[in-house]
Design a binder for this molecule. Sequence first.
Ligand SMILES: [Zn+2]
Ligand SMILES: [Zn+2]
Length: 288
Amino acid sequence: MCFMMTGCKYIANAYPKRFAMTVHPAAIGLVLVGTVLFLSLDMFYIMPKIYDPDGLFFKIAWLISLFIVYNLLGNMIACHRTSSAVTSLPKDRQIPSPEEEHLWHFCDQCQMLVPPRSWHCNLCKCCILRRDHHCIFTATCIGHNNYRYFFWFTMYMLIGSLLSLATHIHLLVINEEMRRQYAIIHFTHLILFFKPMSFKSIVLNICFVLNIYACILPLIMLGYQIPTLYLNTTFYTPKDLSYNQGLRGNFMAFMGKRGLCTFISPSIRSPLPHDGTQWQTKQLSSTV
Ligand SMILES: [Zn+2]
Ligand SMILES: [Zn+2]
């Protein structure tokens, strides 16, 4: 995965099976528990204190929340289910044509020639087309076919976390009674007039801190992915600009023909311009 991948790489390579069996369920569980926790807290506790539960704004808030959760979980599932493995190619495309053969390289583990930009993953036990990295939150490698889903999954994680944090802060600003329950706001007050906090206050404060962490995580992940998308690089080859085809070209290569429309739903069909075996280089303006 994203930023934690660097730190976990050694363990993942040394103990791939154990790593996958423990880290994948933990990471997926974290996303699911976090989604349910913040959705419930916002829609059943915080939002009713800001808007009239029978009013239009409250209904709109529900629609926006469900749209975000649908895209967050929908892209997460689609990312897991969409394989970018070289072996997902049609049989005749798993073998290079005579004119392409010199551009492919041999994988010792798979014992076969693989296309340019394809690299082996020890956790997936196969070579991945335009391999970016192995994501523990989707329990799969991010590559040519599923990059679109991974990017929007991360984006919706960030949007959801930021909106959740914004509603927290909004409530703090407008509600005097709630303000008293947040240690972060009344830090000075607590030092001067220390009194034990109620259980409800402790839970609210923990959720507030968790919400801040929930914003930081996708922010770091996108911090890696936006330059990748912008320059057509990968997580492990951020300085290789050979495949940069300009913003529009790169966006289409990663998101497919529907481009930005893929933001609306993971179910929108957006065919990719090629099968991930042929890549046009910038300098040579040729296909490799
Ligand atoms: Zn391989
Ligand atoms: Zn992998």
